[in-house]
Ligand binder design. Structure first.
Ligand SMILES: *[C@@H]1O[C@H](CO)[C@@H](O)[C@H](O)[C@H]1NC(C)=O
Ligand SMILES: *[C@@H]1O[C@H](CO)[C@@H](O)[C@H](O)[C@H]1NC(C)=O
Ligand SMILES: *[C@@H]1O[C@H](CO)[C@@H](O)[C@H](O)[C@H]1NC(C)=O
Ligand SMILES: *[C@@H]1O[C@H](CO)[C@@H](O)[C@H](O)[C@H]1NC(C)=O
Length: 249
């Protein structure tokens, strides 16, 4: 079975992009970075190492347009991209007037509130192979200013509009951190002057990509088992490859 994630206002971290920032020594406890013993069929029990395929929908920023071009814009650098959505406020900060910016900020706020409402509605939590999680790190982010108040141009590609690989990588570091933070405790005011280093590691008490359900109660997703029931702790039931504290449904 395929597991689908729909992640809004989010971006995907590529290891190459992160390396650009000089985080080659990224390590976490090996048990946290190992794939699940049994391939999860439950979207709330997916460890980072269980993920084989990532898809993103978005715009030219998502596609990494211009990222590594050195004169003019010619190509998409999808492999360097950090994903799509939520970036309009940042780009417009340097290109448009303050008034328009205020209007766009209002639209962005309403958009974020709508996303959050969909997440909280539970409309996407009716099956265990699909969920939706809002990653809010960009919502109240601090732009990449130097101490002297000027914007860090290294963030942008040659067209001064799309992100450079440095910009993508830095954004990815914050996005990665957000993915591993529980819903309700996700940072929403990333300081984009600096990358979120050292890169985040999964929480030992809930080493999964965090979802609404595993943020409320991770215990029920804690541990995999085989369907004949062998390996859950006493009192738990093996249901569909996971140990549950309740009866299987
Ligand atoms: C961002 O900050 C504004 C103003 O302080 C606040 O109203 C809003 O709730 C914050 N948004 C998030 C997602 O934290
Ligand atoms: C601000 O600081 C940055 C980094 O040190 C430097 O490159 C830039 O020239 C400075 N800008 C001004 C206006 O001093
Ligand atoms: C963001 O980080 C920079 C560099 O550490 C720091 O100088 C600045 O005060 C921070 N800004 C905020 C709003 O925390
Ligand atoms: C999950 O199990 C591990 C041991 O396998 C334990 O350290 C951790 O606290 C448990 N997490 C929860 C949320 O109970």
């Amino acid at each position: 079975m395929m597991l689908y994630f729909l992640l809004l206002s989010i971006f995907f971290v590529t290891s190459n992009a992160v390396m650009d920032l000089g985080a080659p020594g990224y390590t976490c406890d090996p048990s946290l970075m190992a794939p699940s013993a049994v391939k999860p069929t439950n979207v709330h029990a997916v460890r980072p190492a269980d993920i084989n395929l990532v898809m993103a929908m978005g715009d030219s920023l998502t596609a990494g347009y211009c990222t590594d071009d050195t004169s003019g814009c010619h190509l998409e650098y999808r492999g360097l991209s950090f994903g799509g959505g939520g970036d309009r406020g940042l780009d417009n900060h340097i290109t448009i007037s303050r008034k328009t910016q205020a209007e766009l900020s209002q639209i962005a706020i309403e958009y974020q509130q709508a996303e959050k409402a969909i997440e909280q509605s539970g409309d996407f939590d009716t099956t265990d192979d699909f969920t939706l999680v809002v990653q809010p790190w960009f919502a109240n982010a601090t732009l990449p200013y130097f101490a002297n108040g000027t914007v860090n141009r290294a963030w942008w590609a040659v067209d001064c509009y799309h992100f450079s690989s440095y910009g993508h990588a830095l954004l990815s570091s914050w996005y990665w951190k957000n993915l591993l933070q529980p819903v309700g405790d996700k940072i929403s005011n990333a300081n984009l002057t600096v990358p979120a280093l050292p890169l985040a590691c999964p929480d030992p008490s809930c080493p999964y990509i965090r979802t609404t359900k595993n943020s409320m109660n991770c215990q029920q997703f804690n541990g995999t088992c085989v369907s004949n029931g062998g390996s859950c702790t006493t009192g738990a039931q093996c249901c569909g490859g996971l140990c549950f504290n309740l009866q299987c449904m």
